[in-house]
Write a protein that binds this ligand. Sequence first.
Ligand SMILES: [Zn+2]
Length: 267
Amino acid sequence: MSGFAAATTHRGVRNIRLPTTLLSQADGGLGVKTGVNGFGVKNFIGTFTAPFAVVNDFDLLASLPSRHLTSGMAEAVKVALIRDKDFFEWVERNAIPLREHKSTQLHELIRKSASIHLQHIALCGDPFESGCSRPLDFGHWAAHKLESLTSYRVHHGEAVAIGMAIDSQYSAEIGLLSRHELLRALSLIEGLGLRTWHTALERVGVGGRLDILQGLEEFQEHIGGKLTLTLLKGIGQGVETDTVRTQIVIRALGLLKKRHSSRCAST
Ligand SMILES: [Zn+2]
């Protein structure tokens, strides 16, 4: 909100950001988007404006509830999955201290995630999300919808974790991602204490259609033009597609539910 105010006052005054959550230090705080909600739509009014500086003060994390620390890690896993296999493997090796919120590992996670974001924004030549910036939206079509279906009781990072599980499972169902890599992705999400399933995914609306599928149309509206989703062709390798087969999304959802039920039964 203050970013939007700064961007529009006198056609833009300098804005320095001090992100206070793990999620914003690792992800959101580094973006070029500002915005406020309007007309019942999240971030409906806003601008693309780069901050003058971003100051990540790790001391601010000390006051965060544990749930926020866990959910914030989802966005770091996101950039690892679509961009950086080495970072993914680092997170795998450090999953236990990260799950326990050990500060050395959490700070390193933020540093690595923030630097990948920064590289992406600075070097892809398109910070304004009309082309190559979109892959940072991996897992987000379902995440946005799950947040609204649960009246935001599911936090953004938690929803992104589930959204990434759906898109990873979908990638495997169409033969893009190997079963082994799918299992690594799902196991890491779960290993950090995040979930890969939520009962709201089963909610059915008019005509017997799953409500979550509405997220695809809403996402298309959000990006404008054609529906483009990021899928995985390997760990650290996101690819875009504009062909989404609803029946396979439904199958992916069913498989994640099955995985969830068998994990519950075994614990
Ligand atoms: Zn996000």
